[in-house]
Design a protein around this ligand. Structure first.
Ligand code: HEM
Length: 326
C-alpha cells in the first residue's frame, strides 16, 4: 500500500497484521462453531437499521468533496454494535460502535475496496482510543489480559485508565455521539475526522437495572415515538502537530477545529428485530476499505484495518458457507 504524504510506516506493520489475523481467527474458532461465526470484534449488533444520509446544501466549498459534493440523499444501513469480540449482555460496560454504509456511491473507489458503490464510515463512542498505534492493538489482541496489563503499565501507563474510561453503558445507542478515531483524506490535500452527534427529539430513560438486550429494547421504544437522527460532522485537521495522523490516541481538539455539520442521518421507524435483518447484519461487511479515493482512511491503524477486515470478513463468510454481499 503506497503511503500518502501524511503517513509514516510503523516498524513491523506487516508482521503485526499477520499476527493479529492469526490471533483473531484462533479466538473465533474457539468462540463459534462453523456455520455461526460472528465478527472477531463488535460481534453483537444491538440493531441493524435502514438509514437515509441527507447531504446538506449549505456546506462550505472546501468540504464539498466526494459524497459531500452535491446535496443528495443516500440510502444505506446503520449498524449499532457492542465492541466485545463475543456477544455479551448490553449492561456490561463496553466500547460501542456505529457503522454507516451508504449505497449508490459513484466514483473511483480505493483499489483495496471489494465494493464498488458504497462508502462506509465506521465510528466509536470515543473521540480517541488509547490504543493509538498498531503496536498497542497487536499487544491487546495477541497477548493474554495479564501480560498486556503488565507490559502496558510500564510502557504506556495511561492506556489502561484510558480504556476503562472509554467503555460505557449508554441508555441507548441513539443517544450518544460517535467518532471515527482514524483520519481520512478529504480530497488530495485535506485531512479530516468524522463524528455523528445525536439530535433525536426522544431520548431513552437511564435505568439502574439492565436486561441483556436493553439497548435494542430502548431503540425499539425510541422508534415507536419517532425517528432516530444524528448530525454527521467533518472535523478538519488544522494543525499537524497537535492533530497527528499516526497516533490515534491523541484527541483532536474540537475547540481548535470545530466539527462542521454536513449531513443528517435519519432512521425512520421500522421493525428491525426480524430473522431476515439479523441474517443481513451477519452478511454485511463494514470496512475502512469501502471508500472513495477522495475519502481514503489514512494512518497505520487505518492501513492495518484495511488489510485485516477484508481477510476476516472473507474468512467468516467462507467458514459459514456465505458468499457475502454489500
Ligand atoms: C488494528 C486495529 C483494529 C483491528 C485489528 C480491528 C478489527 C476488527 C474486526 C476484525 C472487525 C470485524 C470485521 C468483520 O468481520 O466484519 C472490526 C469491526 C469493527 N471495528 Fe475494528 N479493529 C481495529 C481498530 C478499530 C478502530 C480504531 C475503530 C474505530 C472506529 C474500530 C471500530 C470498529 C467497529 C465500529 C466495528 C464494527 C463494524 C460493523 O458494524 O460491522 N476498529 N474491527
Amino acid at each position: 500500500m503506497e503511503l500518502t504524504p501524511y503517513e509514516q510506516r510503523e516498524p513491523d506493520e506487516d508482521e503485526m497484521i499477520v499476527a493479529m489475523i492469526a490471533a483473531m481467527k484462533r479466538q473465533q474458532e474457539s468462540d463459534y462453531p462453523p456455520g455461526a461465526t460472528g465478527r472477531a470484534a463488535h460481534a453483537k449488533h444491538t440493531a441493524l437499521l435502514e438509514m437515509s444520509f441527507a447531504v446538506h446544501e449549505d456546506i462550505p466549498a472546501h468540504l464539498r468533496v466526494g459524497v459531500f459534493a452535491e446535496p443528495r440523499v443516500y440510502q444505506g444501513y446503520l449498524r449499532f454494535s457492542n465492541g466485545n469480540g463475543a456477544p455479551q449482555p448490553d449492561g456490561i460496560k463496553d466500547l460501542r460502535g456505529a457503522a454507516l454504509k451508504l449505497h449508490g456511491v459513484d466514483g473511483e473507489h480505493i483499489p483495496e475496496s471489494d465494493e464498488l458503490d458504497t462508502q462506509d464510515f465506521i465510528l466509536l463512542n470515543t473521540p480517541a482510543i488509547p490504543l493509538g498505534t498498531v503496536r498497542l492493538f497487536t499487544d491487546v489482541i495477541t497477548l493474554s489480559q495479564a501480560k498486556f496489563a503488565a507490559r502496558t503499565a510500564v510502557s504506556h501507563p495511561h492506556v489502561l485508565a484510558g480504556l476503562a474510561k472509554a467503555v460505557i453503558t449508554p441508555s441507548s445507542p441513539a443517544d450518544i455521539p460517535y467518532w471515527s478515531n482514524v483520519a481520512a483524506l478529504l480530497g488530495p490535500d485535506q485531512v479530516v475526522k468524522y463524528s455523528i452527534v445525536p439530535t433525536s427529539e426522544y431520548t431513552s430513560p437511564a435505568r439502574e437495572k439492565h436486561d441483556d438486550n436493553f439497548l435494542g429494547d430502548h431503540l425499539e421504544q425510541h422508534l415507536a415515538q419517532g425517528p432516530v437522527t444524528f448530525d454527521f460532522k467533518i472535523q478538519l485537521r488544522t494543525d499537524p502537530q497537535s492533530m497527528p495522523v499516526e497516533d490515534i490516541a491523541v484527541e483532536w481538539s474540537e475547540t481548535a477545529s470545530v466539527p462542521v455539520t454536513v449531513a443528517t442521518v435519519i432512521v425512520q421507524p421500522q421493525p428491525f428485530r426480524t430473522a431476515a435483518r439479523n441474517s443481513l447484519a451477519e452478511e454485511l461487511a463494514f470496512s475502512p476499505a469501502h471508500a472513495l479515493v477522495e475519502h481514503r482512511p489514512i494512518g497505520a491503524v487505518a492501513r492495518a484495518r484495511i488489510a485485516i477486515y477484508a481477510q476476516m470478513v472473507s474468512w467468516r463468510h467462507d467458514r459459514d458457507g456465505r458468499t457475502g454481499t454489500a
